[in-house]
Design a protein around this ligand. Structure first.
Ligand SMILES: [Zn+2]
Length: 177
């Protein structure tokens, strides 16, 4: 039985948010869509603690949004893949991405470019390809870093270099929690 965070609400939006409104849950799903499937890859991609990641993954698995798929035997190891129910959240994430691009733009440009694979068109307001008109889904699109993400990566790299040179070789970057 799903814990109810919004007990007074008889509302499908509230019910949905009980699954994906928790901090990190949609970002975990985003990272899975971007190709991070294994626990340690998700840990690197998100910079959260192991216990929080484990708890959120378990909840998404319990709710049938993600599934565990074995990728290795002896010992058996699992990776996380979106289920059909999980893939139905891809348009939600795409609309959030487009909303953020519009209202909270990065000075250097969009952080992520989503393109119709093999066509190069981009999603329009209805998530149709703006070049050929085909309906876009997780399965026929490719995401790659945009100018905003590339600029942020270069800035982080130069900050790290500055800090390391200032503090000596013992200085280590700790991920922020
Ligand atoms: Zn297209």
């Amino acid at each position: 039985m799903l814990k109810r965070d919004y007990e007074t609400q008889t509302c499908s939006i509230a019910r949905s948010l009980e699954v994906v409104g928790e901090r990190w849950s949609l970002l975990i799903l985003r990272s899975v869509f971007l190709g991070a499937h294994r626990f340690d890859d998700l840990l690197d991609a998100l910079g959260i603690t192991r216990s929080v990641l484990a708890a959120r993954l378990q909840r998404l698995v319990d709710q049938g949004v993600l599934k565990r798929v074995p990728y290795q035997q002896r010992p058996t190891r699992y990776e996380y893949r979106a289920t059909a129910k999980g893939h139905e959240l891809w348009p939600v994430i795409l609309h959030l991405l487009r909303w953020g691009d519009t209202h909270y733009p990065e000075p250097a440009g969009v952080p992520r470019l989503v393109e119709h694979t093999g066509c190069g068109g981009q999603p329009d307001d209805h998530l149709l390809c703006d070049r050929c008109g085909e309906a876009l889904t997780y399965f026929n699109t490719t995401a790659r870093p945009g100018p905003g993400l590339i600029a942020a990566g270069m800035a982080a790299e130069s900050r790290t270099k500055t800090r390391r040179s200032g503090l000596g070789s013992a200085a280590r970057e700790e991920p922020s929690r």
